[in-house]
Write a protein that binds this ligand. Sequence first.
Ligand SMILES: *Cc1c(COP(=O)(O)O)cnc(C)c1O
Length: 394
Amino acid sequence: MQRPGLLERLARAQAERAQLSLLRRLRTVDSVDGSRIVIGSRPLLNFASNDYLGLAQHPALREALTRSAARWGVGATASHLLGGHRDEHAALEEKLAQWTGRERALLFSTGYMANLGALGALLRDGDVCVQDKLNHACLLDGARLSGAELKRYAHADAGAAARQLHNMPDAAALLATDAVFSMDGDIAPLRELSALCKKSYATFMVDDAHGLGVLGPQGAGSLAEAGLGQDDAPVLMATLGKALGVAGAFIAGSKGLIDGLVQFARTHTYTTAMPPALAAAASTAVDLARSESWRHDRLRRLIAQWRGGAAQRGLPLLESRTPIQPLLVGASEDALRISLQMENAGFYIPAIRPPTVPAGKARLRIALSAAHEEADIEALLDELARVPAMGGAA
Ligand SMILES: *Cc1c(COP(=O)(O)O)cnc(C)c1O
């Protein structure tokens, strides 16, 4: 008997990836100053950051973090249920619930864990979990781990979602979608999906990782923008590591939902609480995201400038009004080559390749931020127009 070696198999899989231009590379960033970063001692304009409002380096966030660390030290030293839950966590949960118009909120250390925890607590064997094909990996993983049957529907197609629900009319059902799709930037048909769930007695769950802070009145998110309250979308997940510039995530919803998650969400129970200093920084970030409307205005202006300029230059834009503005390339090797070419010209725009996106749909994922200047967008447009495969004249 010859047992296969796991490390050899891993090495083979890696060699295959390299062959297909799909190898990932871990790179160390030497410094960050707003939208300027230095990698390998080369200064670059960063178009890969999810810091949509430009808050990650804000002095008020640093100060909140330092003040809290001076009080508690750095680590929470225990899980939330065993002494790790501090004032800062409780205050942040209250603030997030109020901002998103929900009764309660519960913090998790990451969005990945929030989704795994919520799906695991809600779903079990025999249930069905209906999801958009382009949902974030952690929603898909959460459904698989829960034991429920995972049924995926064509991207943003509420009719296809309805068919999946109707195929299993007697199973308890949850329908989960990204609000803003992370690699495409478009927005799910939230109102249709909400109505479908009500009609079909399914629970509607929305992942607003890229909408919170960016969309809706005072940045309250995609659901606020769509006018969907707690009854319309009972399970809301959003993260603190993107527009809010910190780290962590939360689930918001009814008191009953949150009480249930405190009992049954394993990624909440069996893990160390997020450092209280991060909760303090996130709390300050929420205040700024709500009050400094110029950040939203500026972001909107930059998105309009980008889309206008890109259309004029014939760049392969996707339909998106969010800060996520991908340019579809197709083949992975082409996306890699263009990304490298852009880097040589001073722009950091990583190629996004399968399995992160479907086969044949490799792209440059351009992320805009209030930290960018108009001149940055112009420079990006001019450089892209010089790339033949991007529609440029060469
Ligand atoms: C980033 C992201 C997550 C994961 O959040 P983290 O806090 O980074 O773990 C979940 N869902 C979506 C749609 C995301 O883009």
